[in-house]
Each structure stands twice: as C-alpha cells, then as structure tokens.
Write a protein that binds this ligand. Structure first.
Ligand code: PMP
Length: 426
C-alpha cells in the first residue's frame, strides 16, 4: 500500500466498505467521520448520485475516445467551464490523470514555453523545501520531502530548493496567516545570483503546503515570490492539487491570495475524487507561445492515453455543477471562522505545539517522542479511527480537511473525538 506503515497495517487493518455524505462505514459496520475528505479530494462529500449517474450515462454514450488527433466535445465543454472558475488569465487547460501528472506536465510546459519563446537556456527548476509535488521524477525532484527522495538515488539535474516557511519559533499558533517570513521568498535571489536568471525556467510552490503539515504562507510571501519571478522572467507555478476547488473558501488559492501564477496544477477535487483526473491551467501567453504561429515551432509534444478521458470529464462536469449549485467553492469562507475557532480550541491539549488553520483545512502539530518521530500522531490517528474519525497524519502533524459540505455540529464532533484522542494518547 502506498505511503502506509505496511507492517502495522497488516497487523491491524483499517478497511472501509462504503461511504455517504461525510461518513464512511467500515467493514465491521462502524460509522466514521471522514475528516480528510478522502485524501483531500471528496470536497462535495461521498456518494453523490449526480456524479454516479453522469459517469454511467457517459460510459454508455462514449466510453473512450482517443486523445491524440481526435477529440470529443465533452473535453472542450469541461475545459471551458473550468476556465470560467479559474483565476482571470489562466483560461487554457491541459488534462492529465493525477496530481503527479499535472505537476510533471506543468514543469514540461514551462520548459517548452521558454524554448518556444527563444530562451532555451532557461532549464533550471526551483522547488521549495517541504514541498510535495507528487511522485513522478519531476515532482519528486522539485519536491522537498526528504523521505520521498532518499530511496531513489537519482533526480532531475538542475533543480534547486528555496527555504521552507515553517517557523514555530516566530509563528506558532498564528491566527490567519503567519506574520513572519515574507522575506524567505528572497531566497530566489540567491539562486539567481548563483546561476543567472537566464538559466531558470520556473519556481513551483504549493500556496499552502498540504502533505507536509498544512504550512501557511507568511503574509506577503506569495506576493513577493510573484514579484521576484516577474523581475527575473521566471514562470511561477502554483501546485493547487489540494488547494484547488474550494479548500480555502475560494475556487483556487490564487483567487484567495490575489496572486496569479503562470500555471496552476490541479487534480483531486476536480472530480470529487471519483474518477482519476487532473488539469493544468496555463496563461494565454504560454498557450500562444506553444500553439499559435508557424507549425515548425516548438510544440508541446506531451500527453496521455487517458488525457481528457470522457468518463472523467463527465464526472468533472457533474462535480462542477454540484459545486455551483451548493456554493461549495466558497463555503469554506463561510465556515472559516467557525473552523478556525474549533481547531484553535485544541490549543492546550497535550503535546500540541502549533495549530494552523485556513479555509477548511488545518494542521495540528504535536511534539515528537524522542527517537520515535511520527509515532505520536500515528497513535492519535489509530485512536481516532477506532472511535469514529478519519484523520491524516504527516510526521507528527495531524492534517484535517473535511468535505466542504460539513455542518458546524459535525465540526464540533470532530473536535470532541480529536481532543479525547490527544488526551488518551498522552
Ligand atoms: N501535488 C500536491 C500539492 C499534492 O498534494 C499531491 C497529492 N497529495 C500531488 C501533487 C500528487 O497527486 P497524485 O497523488 O494525484 O499524483
């Protein structure tokens, strides 16, 4: 099983049989709250009939069409509807099948763009420490999670990392965005000085780092990163695989923070987690450099057998319709204060050393046991599961991201179960 403590799992499997709304039912018939929206993807809750019906209809109408040379209208229809909710200017869409593929696609688009624009020396890529960008070679290389890199001795060449923004000494228990750390964006200048701006193609960051523990950008940090990329002709990529589709209370983090990157990667919530699909959003400038002009120029020779799979697009269209009808892409904004108060009410629980909350996502960081980093949060996760709540843990941070349909009373339930688990594990 991927990213699983496999030995422990064999001894003590956790198996789910069905799901509806914000609940799973385990194989032994217990109802548990899904506190992580699957893996940050089931934004509209489980068991949505509209999506199931759309998928089934699509399977009978057109189950597959080639994605090379021949197309199908549903892909273009979906792309247009996605472009309509994307940040202004990012209205060109390329479909993939996952977050990892979206990341590698975006990195390749950045490289191809510079070549097409006559700047073929721009080949270096910059990621950030504690970034997670999936498991492809591109995403792993720009990613900054040591454990995900250690076993695989080789990475893409020409990749650097700017420093992360996680700073407990200055920012622990911040309400809203942390006050300190905008200057960390200036690390880009260090790499420009070292390698020359004419060698750097793109910077990729998660606007809110998810898988490394819900790390919020310091106030002004993303704006500063945007300004530096502009100054040096470097493309800025936001990896919004988690933050896209309403997690922060806006369609994308780029809308939420008012900072527009050149490329956005997405997946997960695009189909409510039902059918694998990802999408890369690109600016018109990037699109035109690769798609307009003489046919002899550099093109984006790239894609997948299942790019814009009709069934995935049907699931995505039905998902977007639910998001629209139920105002789910902005529901996180309505619930944000309640959610933040609820999460911060766990301050003072045993071993809690930081709480970070924004939109409908939160990270609760615990102190680590000496010589057994990660084991404390793992124990909390197991205890929660046994008592009716699914949470995700990464290192000793508990990550919470419930379906966006969650009600206030259900947030209270989460806090009660989690608070009790923290006490029991202590
Ligand atoms: N980027 C980010 C920011 C992610 O959070 C993830 C998945 N958690 C990925 C990329 C990879 O997505 P996938 O697992 O669909 O390949």
């Amino acid at each position: 099983m991927p990213f699983t403590a496999n030995r422990q799992f064999k001894a003590e499997p956790r198996l789910i049989a069905s799901a509806e709304g914000i609940h799973y039912t385990t194989v032994d018939g217990r109802k548990v709250i899904d506190g992580s929206a699957g893996l940050w993807c089931v934004n509209a809750g489980h068991g949505r009939r509209e999506i199931a019906d759309a998928v089934s209809r699509q399977l009978m109408a057109l189950d597959y069409a080639p994605s090379f040379q021949i197309g199908h209208p549903i892909a273009f229809d979906f792309a247009e509807k996605l472009a309509a909710i994307a940040p202004a200017g990012l209205d060109r869409v390329f479909f993939t099948n996952s977050g990892s593929e979206s990341v590698d696609t975006a990195l390749k688009i950045a490289l191809a763009y510079h070549r097409a624009a006559g700047q073929s020396t721009r080949t270096r890529l910059i990621g950030r420490e504690r970034g997670y960008h999936g498991v492809g070679f591109g995403g792993m290389s720009v990613g900054g999670m040591v454990n995900n890199r250690r076993a695989f001795a080789t990475h893409l060449p020409g990749v650097d990392h700017i420093s992360h923004t996680h700073d407990l000494a200055r920012n622990a228990f911040s309400r809203g965005l942390p006050a300190h750390g905008a200057e960390l964006a200036d690390d880009v200048e260090r790499l420009v000085a070292l390698h020359g701006s004419e060698t750097i193609a793109a910077v990729i960051v998660e606007p809110v780092a998810g898988s490394t523990g819900v790390l919020l950008p310091p106030q002004g940090y993303l704006q500063r990163l945007r300004a530096l990329c502009d100054k040096h002709g470097i493309l800025l990529i936001f990896d919004e695989v988690i933050t896209g589709f309403g997690r922060l209370g806006a369609p994308f983090a780029a809308n939420y923070f008012g900072v527009t990157p050149d490329l956005i990667t997405s997946a997960k919530g695009i189909t409510n987690g039902t059918i694998p699909l990802g999408a890369v959003f690109a600016s018109r400038k990037i699109h035109d450099a690769l798609m307009v002009g003489p046919t002899s120029q550099i093109e984006l020779f790239h894609g997948y057998t299942y790019s814009a799979h009709p069934v995935a697009c049907a699931a995505g269209l039905a998902t977007l319709e639910i998001y629209r009808k139920e105002n789910l892409l902005t529901r996180g904004a309505e619930l944000a204060d309640y959610w933040q108060d609820a999460m911060h009410s766990l301050r003072g629980s045993p071993n809690v050393i930081d709480i970070r909350a924004i939109g409908l996502v939160a990270g609760i960081e615990l102190s680590s046991r000496p010589d057994a980093a990660g084991s404390r949060a793992y124990d909390v996760m197991v205890d929660c599961f046994n008592r009716g709540l699914v949470i995700r843990v990464t290192g000793d941070t508990i990550a919470m991201s419930p379906p966006l349909i969650i009600e206030r009373s259900q947030i209270d339930e989460i806090v009660t179960i989690l608070g009790d688990a923290l006490k029991r594990v202590a």
